[in-house]
Design a protein around this ligand. Structure first.
Ligand code: CAA
Length: 358
């Protein structure tokens, strides 16, 4: 059975901070954040926004674009690392807002930034197996990423949500075959009760690169033959420089010279981070924002790769084919990005004092 993405909805919060404002506030050369890390803007929540409202907002947009009946949904799965409760799934908070109840399975998936992809894979496999009995799934990836004030990760913060209806592949057909890799490590984690994550930055970069290589070589072979045929290769984007380093690393493993790695990055990867640069790191939503951006411009038949990474760590490479639907999700994204309020150094400082927890 052909299965994939039937519709997409994205929701951004109502505020943002330019990383150059943050650099001035922290007495850092702005080039470190813009050129050194590749960051531009950080999406930030307003007073009544959080992972639940963002997830529900994205879901409303995806459901409207899908146009199906609520009774035709058999599953709602939410990937997040911004849990609202240790027991009650974020899907219940979101389903409450959407008034979704009845004959459907509802749950939360946690695996750091990989949780949204796992929720999507479960929905895809559920649909393809026939267990869905003709119903579709609502998959949501929603997160608020905040580091402690003055943490080196502060310029890589962000927030946002992506929702996708999974069923008939009117937007993209996702291949059932996939390649994954995992290793139990502590590279990025947030102990129970702590407001901000702890990070071993160099270890997280090593694991991210290794996951990218292992999943890509398993799919395309040690020489990465066929990778060039992709229209685009999207990545989970904690910050754009990290993605560039991963591409250089997989190129080195495959024996590419620097020019080849650089031209592959510029042609197939860099254009997919256009929306990520306006959002910052949105954890589970990050990869799917890149995929949505690429799908909004891809011709029908374009082959797209999607590399998912979640600390802890788990990695997976998915491949899909664009099926040419009108990009209903692009205008609302651009509208959110245009209408949100810019914060300055002083309003950000005040906001940080009030906002201690993601
Ligand atoms: N002009 C231009 N470039 C400059 C500069 C300047 N004035 N000053 C510094 N730079 C460059 C540096 O040379 C460096 O570039 P290279 O890496 O290419 O050498 C870059 O800016 C960063 O500089 P530092 O390494 O000194 O930065 P730092 O020590 O302040 O660390 C950080 C910043 C890398 C973001 C670090 O905080 C970090 O590792 N954060 C978290 C890591 C992370 O997000 N991991 C993601 C994997 S985990 C996951 O996936 C979950 C998730 O999404 C978070």
């Amino acid at each position: 059975m052909k299965t994939g993405i039937s519709s997409i909805g994205i929701k951004l919060p109502s505020r943002y901070l330019d990383v150059r404002e943050l650099a001035t506030l922290r007495s850092v050369d702005p080039n470190k954040f813009t050129k050194g890390l590749g960051c531009h803007q950080i999406a930030l929540c307003g007073d009544h926004e959080d992972a639940v409202s963002l997830g529900a907002g994205a879901a409303e947009r995806a459901l409207e674009a899908w146009g199906g009946r609520r009774e035709d949904l058999g599953l709602i799965a939410v990937g997040t690392e911004t849990a609202a409760d240790m027991s009650r799934p974020l899907s219940a908070f979101i389903a409450e807002k959407l008034e979704l109840s009845g004959a459907l399975r509802s749950y939360e998936v946690k695996h750091a930034c990989y949780g949204g992809t796992l929720a999507l894979r479960q929905a895809l496999e559920w649909h393809a197996s026939g267990a869905a009995a003709g119903k579709s799934a609502l998959v949501i990836a929603s997160d608020v990423s905040l580091y402690a004030p003055k943490d080196p990760g502060e310029p890589t913060q962000g927030a946002g949500a992506v929702a996708m209806v999974i069923g008939a592949p009117t937007v993209a057909e996702i291949d059932i075959a996939t390649t994954s890799w995992s290793e139990p490590v502590f590279d990025f984690w947030r102990p129970v009760g702590e407001a901000h994550p702890r990070v071993d930055g160099p270890l997280s970069l090593d694991c991210y690169k290794r996951g990218a290589w292992e999943t890509t070589r398993a799919r395309f072979g040690d020489d990465l033959a066929g990778l060039d045929e992709l229209h685009a290769l999207c990545f989970h984007t904690p910050f754009p420089k990290m993605v560039k380093k991963a591409v250089r690393f997989i190129g080195e493993q495959a024996g590419w010279d620097e020019a080849k790695a650089s031209s592959f990055f510029e042609a197939k990867v860099e254009p997919s981070m256009r929306w990520n640069r306006q959002v910052g790191n949105s954890y589970t939503a990050s990869l799917w924002i890149a995929v949505a951006d690429v799908l909004s411009r891809a011709p029908s038949g374009a082959r797209i790769g999607a590399y998912s990474y979640g600390s802890g760590f788990g990695a997976e490479l998915l491949t899909m084919t664009a099926t040419g639907a009108a990009p209903t999700w692009a205008a609302p994204f651009e509208q959110d990005a245009l209408t949100r309020a810019a914060m300055d150094q002083s309003s950000y400082e005040t906001w940080r004092v009030k906002t201690t927890h993601a």
